[in-house]
Design a protein around this ligand. Structure first.
Ligand SMILES: NC(=O)c1ccc[n+]([C@@H]2O[C@H](COP(=O)([O-])OP(=O)(O)OC[C@H]3O[C@@H](n4cnc5c(N)ncnc54)[C@H](O)[C@@H]3O)[C@@H](O)[C@H]2O)c1
Length: 246
């Protein structure tokens, strides 16, 4: 897949799945914008890419802050003139049973996971509409489809991404822009490193492919959805979960 001369923004790309997605796009020839809340981490990640001969830039941005997103996008557009691909990846968990979940944990998860997708999509869409092209891929989760004990806030945010994306896909289909979702199962990253051995074994019992996914399993699907080969695919949710939700 060749993405030469394409400019890609990946939110939350200083580590984990986002970083792996950024690597996959950069290896396909794209210029990748590394973005995260922490300026220093974003700068270090960009440096790593450049040292490997990959095209990358970095901007600090908190996806919950609309003004911050607008500032980042204006700077990118000033420098690169267009944004061809947006990968909405930034996300967090704050798990608890509903009766123990406080309002702050509900709000934070919804604001980052769903509010961030709203902010970035809305702002970047303006330039995509002018260019009459663009690909938007958002990272949901299998939990957004199945629900999970202790994850009402996370599941609501991730299900929200799916409904949001189907709506925007319909709104802008006639403008040559596609909007799709990737719903990973359990992927080996910092987010899942917190699981204890017992929980890990229980989860593995429910995965037909008998392993956790790797960030590159997710990155490959994002790459496909953002490529020319996927021009006729929009409003879809692709599950990458080793068969867990069959
Ligand atoms: N790891 C999994 O098993 C798994 C499964 C399904 C879905 N996901 C989703 O994949 C995405 C990446 O997860 P991960 O496992 O790599 O997590 P991670 O915690 O390793 O990385 C998350 C990234 O998001 C960034 N981020 C968090 N809040 C932000 C904010 N307000 N503004 C900008 N950036 C912010 C973090 O700095 C980090 O770079 C998330 O949306 C997550 O919900 C992960």
């Amino acid at each position: 897949m060749q993405l030469k001369d394409q400019v890609v923004v990946v939110t939350g790309s200083t580590r984990g799945i986002g970083k792996e997605i950024a690597i996959a796009f950069a290896q396909a020839g794209a210029t990748v914008i590394i973005s995260g809340r922490n300026e220093q981490m974003a700068a270090e990640t960009k440096k790593e890419f450049v040292q490997k001969g990959l095209k990358a830039d970095h901007f600090a941005c908190d996806v919950t802050n609309l003004k911050n997103v607008e500032e980042m996008v204006n700077k990118i557009l000033d420098k690169y003139k267009c944004i061809d691909i947006l990968i909405n990846n930034a996300g967090i968990t704050k798990d608890n049973l509903l009766l123990r979940m406080d309002e702050a944990d509900w709000d934070e998860v919804l604001n980052i996971n769903l509010g961030g997708v709203f902010n970035c999509t809305k702002v970047i869409l303006r330039s995509m509409l002018k260019a009459k092209k663009g690909k938007i891929v958002s990272i949901s989760s299998i939990i957004g489809l199945t629900g999970n004990v202790g994850q009402a806030n996370y599941a609501a945010s991730k299900a929200g991404i799916i409904g949001f994306s189907k709506s925007i896909a319909r709104e802008i289909a006639s403008r040559g822009i596609t909007v799709n979702v990737v719903a990973p199962g359990y992927i080996q990253t910092d987010m899942t490193a917190q699981l204890n051995d017992k929980t890990r074994d229980e989860i593995l019992n429910h995965i037909p492919l008998k392993r956790f996914g790797s960030p590159s399993d997710v990155a490959g699907v994002c790459l496909f959805l953002a490529s020319k080969e996927a021009d006729y695919i929009t409003g879809q949710t692709i599950i990458v979960d080793g068969g867990m939700a069959i």
